[in-house]
Design a protein around this ligand. Structure first.
Ligand SMILES: Cc1cc2nc3c(=O)[nH]c(=O)nc-3n(C[C@H](O)[C@H](O)[C@H](O)COP(=O)(O)O)c2cc1C
Length: 367
């Protein structure tokens, strides 16, 4: 007998925001926004997940500027009037379907490939111009560029609120711009933006604290973090719990409400000697609510699916056990929800045999 999933359907409160259940749609880039403008098909896609009972939808990564933040075609921004109008419709449609949604703000930083971007002559931005450790590709960001990037994130977060969304998430994971400051392998700066954890978190903290001043106390600010890096899946940005504490403390002081702790497999322990995962440790150390993620309801992890591996539906027993134990508060679901807007209802109704396997063909359609 599978374990009861009732716990997943208990409400959870973040400040004044009450989520009806514990299931979050993970941010997933879909590249269906020509001209960087989300259209009616994008609004329909998110509306279907709201109607399908997702507790909180997090959008695909959204660029806070038109030049350095994005090298990927058809990725939406939140800069132009047309893109803002597109997002306003998304927010309204999701709300009309009874859903809650936040935008994920994503600056590709060193993972923007200038050659493939619309501005090939503009170097990519990152803490030290490093994508692969040891091989600087571009100049380190200047003080003025850092200031510009911070203010662009803040403006994008303010727009997210004013367009009708319930929260905002800053993408601080997976080696992109914010993460290039966190990780000591890609942040080699010796000024106030580098050095120890206090210095390496300063860029993110400025974004968070300046946003907080503009959006007020009740608009939840989420940040996504990952120990793993695209350059190195085995990397550990924080080598031990003490380092994790040094990473989290400045972010908590700056005003983070929820930590979204990215793993490729949620059930893997973060440090030796405990079975707590990254979200578990982050909750324990920071005292803040956390979201976990990674291979929920599927047999394989997401990067392997790009290579063609097919993931089969998998039991949720382990997930429910960790959540009932209080390890973390919310669980993000990526691919299972990308391909099936009714995944939540199927899980709630115990219709496990109706769950589908995931293959990369699902990426080609926006249903
Ligand atoms: C197609 C696709 C696009 C993704 N795009 C993003 C993104 O824009 N921002 C982000 O933080 N993570 C992104 N991810 C990672 C997911 O948010 C999630 O962490 C990952 O898929 C693991 O969850 P899953 O095993 O339930 O799919 C993406 C994943 C997929 C499959």
């Amino acid at each position: 007998m599978p374990k009861s999933v009732d716990f997943l359907f208990t409400p959870f409160r973040v400040g004044k925001l009450v989520l009806p259940n514990r299931i979050v749609m993970a941010p997933m880039t879909r590249s269906f926004s020509p001209g960087h403008v989300p259209g009616a098909n994008v609004a329909d896609y998110y509306r279907r997940r709201a109607a399908g009972g997702v507790g909180l939808i997090l959008s695909e990564g959204v660029s806070p500027n038109e030049v350095t933040a994005v090298g990927t075609q058809d990725v939406p921004n939140i800069v132009t009037a047309a893109a803002k109008a597109g997002w306003k419709k998304v927010a309204a449609d999701v709300a009309a379907a009874g859903g809650l949604m936040g935008l994920q703000l994503w600056h590709e930083g060193p993972y923007r490939n200038p050659a493939k971007s619309e501005f090939p002559d503009v170097p990519s931005w990152s803490a030290s111009g490093v994508k692969v450790p040891g091989k600087p590709l571009w100049p380190a960001m200047s003080e003025a560029e850092i200031e510009t990037a911070i203010e662009e994130f803040v403006a994008a977060a303010v727009a997210t609120k004013s367009l009708g969304f319930s929260c905002v998430e800053f993408h601080g994971a997976h080696s992109y711009l914010i993460d290039s400051f966190f990780w000591d392998q890609t942040n080699l700066r010796t000024d106030k933006w580098g050095g120890d954890w206090r210095g390496r978190t300063r860029f993110a903290c400025e974004i968070i604290s300046r946003t907080r001043k503009k959006v007020g106390p009740d608009f939840p600010l989420l940040i996504r973090l990952s120990q793993w890096k695209q350059q190195d899946f085995a990397a550990r940005a924080a080598a031990d719990p003490k380092a994790l504490e040094a990473w989290l403390a400045p972010l908590v002081e700056a005003g983070v409400d929820v930590f979204h702790c990215s793993q490729r497999r949620f059930f893997e322990p973060a440090f030796e000697g405990s079975d707590l995962n990254f979200a578990g440790w982050t909750k324990k150390i920071s005292g803040k609510p956390t979201i976990s993620v990674g291979s929920v309801g599927l047999s394989g992890e997401f990067t392997a699916t790009y290579g063609g591996e097919v993931s089969k539906p998998a039991s949720l027993d382990n997930l429910v056990e960790l959540m009932e134990r209080g390890d973390f508060d919310l669980i993000a679901v990526g691919r299972a929800l990308l391909q099936d807007p009714e995944w939540v209802q199927k899980v709630r109704g115990g219709r496990m045999s109706a769950l589908k396997e995931f293959s990369r063909e699902a990426l080609a359609t926006l249903y």
